[in-house]
Ligand binder design. Structure first.
Ligand code: SF4
Length: 496
């Protein structure tokens, strides 16, 4: 088969298909997604969007006509989300002949390696056709696709649409490295100084925090690596170091922002100015450029022209001793709930182990369903959806990012988990805490245990992070009588 056609728009038609059509039609994996914003949604180039719209897809399915992932629609059976081109009745793609390159490649996948340095060709084991060692036919197909990926027209498409190269997925079997694509794509990145955030960057992050002298006990939870790393499951995080100052950037669908002020020993003014200059260059006129989690003490020292601040939800800080004992009238109801859980349940506490991951994921889904019954607003629903992959990443990587986990069982069933990290030697930060809401008092009992353990290990303060603007969460956090709610700011700069 001649894989290299003359016209790049025709070229994708020449891609070999290794999975037999009959196997595809029996399968219920492709084109269906568990979350509305799944990072696996197919990406369409500008030309593919034009083709798809010409074949009946609504233009509104594509947030950016110059190239974007498709907007999913809710499945009519209420189970997850579907690509709008998918016909659930027939189990077929409604634009099969015009389906995008991203779909034509599948279950082969283009992705960056774990460190974001190399482009890889892999086989996605989420496809049920092959979950073990790649067969000879898969290897042959991959070699043909590799050859096809060397065509200049295809390279130009990938360079113009770098999001066709996905993030690293550990359930994709790596078949080969594609160094020619690595070179071409790296040159084209927004800024060649950017590096993807990986667990290997945790020590450099900690050293930068130390150099920046933001080690006070009341520093926000965001001044710690795990806080950001867990969200790499949803957004791309990048960093660069300029003159000894560490800059952490996040890339959202709307553009670039900084989830943390620059971390360096020198002038914060200069670094903030530099950060806005970079973001405004990358984002163009988009108003998304911002620096989050500016501490109150930093705000008064930033005197950059055009800078503006608006307040952000702050972290809640508590006395570890008070929450470990829950004494006094102000904790009467919490104490009663803890006592009820202790009276009615035999709760077993164990350190989290890798073998607990499946049960923790099941508990998260159960807990999220219980929360949805509380008439969650749209923001709450979106946060629950985003949080699921973030929790999963913490289950997988907790050891590498210095997060410790504990699980709780009742009658051999996993009913709660908690993960946290030492924000300072005297402050314990609760990163994740989930408890089965059908067991009265369990959430309060688990939180008290977390505080007892932290207190026994020397913590004097507990940080439960912010309330994400959710009124129910705010009320629950206030009911524990915080000693402080930190004031933090979001900085923006007007463009001239
Ligand atoms: S475009 Fe077609 S093949 Fe691709 S995800 Fe949508 S329905 Fe499936």
């Amino acid at each position: 088969m001649d894989l290299i056609a003359a016209d790049s728009k025709q070229m994708v038609r020449a891609l070999p298909q290794v999975v037999p059509g009959a196997a595809c039609f029996r399968c219920d994996v492709c084109c269906r997604f568990p979350e509305v914003d799944s990072f696996l949604r197919p990406y369409f180039t500008d030309h593919e969007i034009t083709q798809a719209v010409a074949h009946g897809l609504p233009p509104a399915s594509f947030p950016n006509k110059s190239g974007s992932q498709i907007n999913l629609v809710k499945s009519s059976d209420g189970e997850g989300y579907l690509c709008p081109a998918f016909d659930a009745q027939s189990g077929r793609c409604g634009i099969y002949e015009q389906r995008p390159l991203d779909c034509q490649l599948y279950p082969l996948a283009l992705m960056w390696d774990e460190s974001g340095q190399d482009v890889l060709l892999g086989w996605d084991t989420k496809c049920p056709f092959m979950r073990d060692e790649p067969s000879r036919s898969v290897r042959i197909c991959a070699e043909q696709v590799e050859q096809w990926l060397r065509s200049e027209a295809i390279i130009e498409q990938l360079v113009a649409h770098p999001r066709l190269i996905g993030r690293f997925q550990d359930d994709v079997i790596v078949l080969s490295k594609l160094p020619h694509l690595t070179t071409r794509l790296t040159q084209q990145r927004t800024d060649p100084r950017l590096r993807p955030l990986t667990p290997a960057d945790a020590p450099a992050f900690a050293a930068a925090v130390e150099r920046a002298h933001v080690l006070a006990a009341d520093r926000p939870a965001a001044f710690a690596f795990p806080y950001h790393y867990m969200w790499t499951s949803v957004l791309s995080y990048w960093w660069m170091e300029l003159n000894g100052t560490w800059f952490l950037f996040a890339q959202s669908p709307d553009g670039w922002f900084m989830p943390l002020p620059p971390l360096g020993p020198g002038s914060l003014d200069q670094a903030v100015d530099q950060a806005f200059t970079l973001m405004q260059r990358w984002n163009g006129s988009s108003p998304v450029s911002r620096i989050e989690h500016v501490m109150d003490s930093q705000k008064s020292n930033i005197r950059v022209e055009g800078i503006q601040f608006r307040s952000k939800e702050g972290d809640y800080l508590y006395s570890a001793a008070a929450l470990a004992t829950l004494t006094g009238d102000s904790y009467k109801s919490h104490r009663a709930l803890c006592n009820r859980a202790a009276r009615e349940q035999a709760i077993l506490i164990e350190p989290y182990r890798a073998s607990d991951q499946v049960d923790c994921e099941g508990l998260y889904r159960r807990w999220a369903a219980q929360k949805r019954q509380d008439n969650l607003d749209q923001l709450g629903t979106l946060l629950l959806e985003d949080a699921e992959p973030a929790h999963r990443l913490v289950f997988q990587e907790h050891d590498r990012i210095a997060v410790s986990g504990t699980v709780f069982r009742v009658n051999n069933e996993l009913v709660a988990y908690t993960f946290g990290y030492a924000l300072t030697p005297r402050t314990w930060c609760v990163l994740l805490e989930v408890a089965d809401r059908s067991i009265p008092g369990l959430a309060q009992w688990v939180f008290r245990e977390t505080c007892r353990t932290a207190s026994a290990h020397g913590a004097v303060s507990i940080n439960t992070m912010d309330d994400a603007g959710l009124p129910g969460l705010r009320a629950a956090k206030l009911a524990y009588h915080p000693t402080t709610v930190l004031t933090t700011w979001i900085a923006t700069r007007t463009t001239t």
